[in-house]
Design a protein around this ligand. Sequence first.
Ligand SMILES: C[S@@+](CC[C@H](N)C(=O)[O-])C[C@H]1O[C@@H](n2cnc3c(N)ncnc32)[C@H](O)[C@@H]1O
Length: 220
Amino acid sequence: MKRLEAALSLVPNDCVLADVGCDHGLLCLAALQSGKAKKVYACDISAKSLEKARRALKDKNAECIVSDGLKNVPRDFTAVTVCGMGAETMLGILSEYDGAATLILQPQTQAKEVRKTLTEKLGYRLIEEITACERNRYYPVMRFEKGGGGLDDLQLAFGLHAHNPTDGLIKMCEMLKKKYSAFKPTEQSEKLLAEIERVLKSAEHANNQDITAESDGRGI
Ligand SMILES: C[S@@+](CC[C@H](N)C(=O)[O-])C[C@H]1O[C@@H](n2cnc3c(N)ncnc32)[C@H](O)[C@@H]1O
């Protein structure tokens, strides 16, 4: 699944969506056209970027707002998307928001830091996660809701499905394993490779369980 397609699939139905850093406005448009959002706030810090969204969203139930994060956005939104931004900018924006909207986040960097800050400091729970793939790059896309519920170390590093990995996560781990195995080992790369092995082992274990279930003579 592609990056913005994955983000759209995590947007709750019938929401008022604020898309922060909307740029071209394509996610806003798709959210309206799919019926997931009944209204969108297309927001960007750059007036020039927002012009693209304004053109894409002409005659739609959309307001285009120049805003640093959510600062200038009316507070009736029920979901927020922040995609294609570095973790530091994303977390700066979210640290200033004290509402309870659903958050759909696709950081370009430091997904671990995003999971950790949201669940340990900002009072959110990670509800769903997709490993999207576009042009051979892997992108974690996450949906958070307000409420408690922590993640263990492996989940902080590799996401909600670290103990029962999805196909996307397995492919990402295989790619990372290849990449880090090619480098001269360091303490950090060894630690990362050990964690990757744990995720891949969980996948093997899940597969083995499937085979056992198929061959134990029960069922049809
Ligand atoms: C790489 S684009 C991502 C566009 C789109 N969300 C996507 O994922 O394809 C990042 C956008 O975030 C905007 N941006 C950066 N910092 C921002 C901030 N603090 N508040 C709002 N928008 C910001 C930029 O102007 C740019 O249009």
